[in-house]
Design a protein around this ligand. Structure first.
Ligand SMILES: Cc1cc2nc3c(=O)[nH]c(=O)nc-3n(C[C@H](O)[C@H](O)[C@H](O)COP(=O)(O)O)c2cc1C
Length: 351
């Protein structure tokens, strides 16, 4: 297996740990993945909620402060590691989060939940920061490449191709198209690879995300056109994962049938443990959760109060509330059967 080079940065192993919000992948997980020789990503979404800055500053200022603090702590764990952030285009303070990531020393920015059409402009003062969009289709990759080339004379340093049929969290595909059997993850990986090679004469890493659990999956991904993989759910049941033990226990306890699709108030489908959705809704709709910040550009909870506040629901689960917290997970989460260390996973995948 070859090392992975993204922009100016090289890690020994072809693995990115996927960003997991809220605070499921923060300093500890990202730092330890980087220490073991992969790319560690801090998910930026909602970091403010469980931070000491929350009540002392404006919500968005505090969010940026919390993010820089996580980057600082991650570099304490892996001073020479390749640590980046996952930024969601759908959040209101996306521009600020991107800037704070650069100022805090993120080496790689991976962006999801929307098309990052303005990203090179936002990072113009930090040309060494590698830019990696997440897409689920060659169409999205083409839109991004054309816009970046025309407006900023820049192209992505790598692309993550995320499979809506297996990945956890928010998904970049319409609900009705998920699980139909029509989506071909590795055909899309190869199409995106060919697109950059043929149209731009560019050989960038194309990284497969979704459904990669063990060494056989990794080998399959590499044999089928991916240059590397992005793995998220597998890292939840590690000692270093930043979520509460109860969150990890939910993974250990779940079965295949517990994992399903939800409609997020952000207007995107998401994959999660679906058993407690009624309780999440009841908790939020009964008036216990107001909208303190308008943290999403579009949010059906803010608009009509008919579902739940996604950022608070994710924050509650991260802090151990299995009853009214939302637990995002990929289709493989049921395979979790023990708490291991990040180093154990690297040993299994790469030894
Ligand atoms: C708990 C959890 C939270 C996630 N949060 C985010 C997020 O904040 N931003 C994002 O772009 N992707 C998010 N994802 C998606 C992952 O980064 C990753 O691409 C995907 O889950 C890969 O599939 P796997 O979980 O089967 O490895 C999340 C996934 C999980 C399981």
């Amino acid at each position: 297996m070859s090392p992975l080079t993204i922009g100016k940065y090289t890690v020994p192993y072809p693995l990115i740990q996927g960003g997991m919000g809220v605070r499921v992948s923060a300093a500890r997980l990202a730092g330890n993945v980087a220490k073991c020789g992969g790319v560690g990503l801090i998910a930026t979404a909602g970091l403010v909620l469980n931070s000491p800055y929350k009540d002392k500053h404006n919500y968005f200022e505090a969010d940026a402060m919390a993010l820089k603090e996580e980057l600082r702590k991650a570099y304490e764990i892996a001073p020479d590691g390749v640590i980046g952030t996952n930024c969601m285009v759908a959040v209101t303070n996306y521009d600020d989060v991107v800037r704070a990531s650069c100022e805090g020393g993120a080496k790689i920015l991976v962006t999801g939940a929307g098309l990052p059409l303005t990203l090179p402009g936002l990072t113009a003062d930090y040309p060494d920061v590698a830019l990696v969009p997440i897409v689920s289709s060659v169409r999205a990759a083409r839109l991004i490449a054309r816009k970046w080339s025309k407006s900023y004379n820049r192209l992505p340093d790598a692309v993550v191709v995320e499979d809506p049929d297996t990945a956890g969290g928010h998904l970049g595909e319409k609900m009705e198209n998920i699980g139909t059997g029509e989506y071909d993850q590795y055909a899309t990986v190869r199409e995106v690879k060919a697109y950059f090679r043929d149209e731009w004469d560019l050989d960038i890493p194309i990284i497969a995300a979704g459904g990669v659990w063990d060494r056989a999956d990794l080998e399959y991904a590499l044999a089928n056109g991916a240059d590397a993989v992005q793995m998220a759910s597998r890292f939840v049941c590690t000692e270093e994962c930043d979520a509460d033990a109860a969150f990890k226990q939910a993974y250990l306890d779940c079965t295949k049938e517990d994992i399903g699709l939800i409609m997020s108030p952000a207007g995107l489908p998401g994959r999660a443990l679906k058993g407690n959705l009624d309780k999440i809704r009841a908790h939020d709709i009964d008036g216990k959760v107001s909208c303190p910040s308008a943290c999403l550009k579009k949010c059906s909870y803010r608009k009509s109060k008919d579902c739940f506040c996604i950022v608070h629901a994710l924050d509650r689960s991260q802090q151990g509330d299995r009853e009214t917290g939302l637990i995002f997970c990929g289709t493989n989460a049921w395979k979790s059967d023990k708490i291991e260390t990040v180093a154990d996973i690297f040993a299994e995948l790469f030894d």
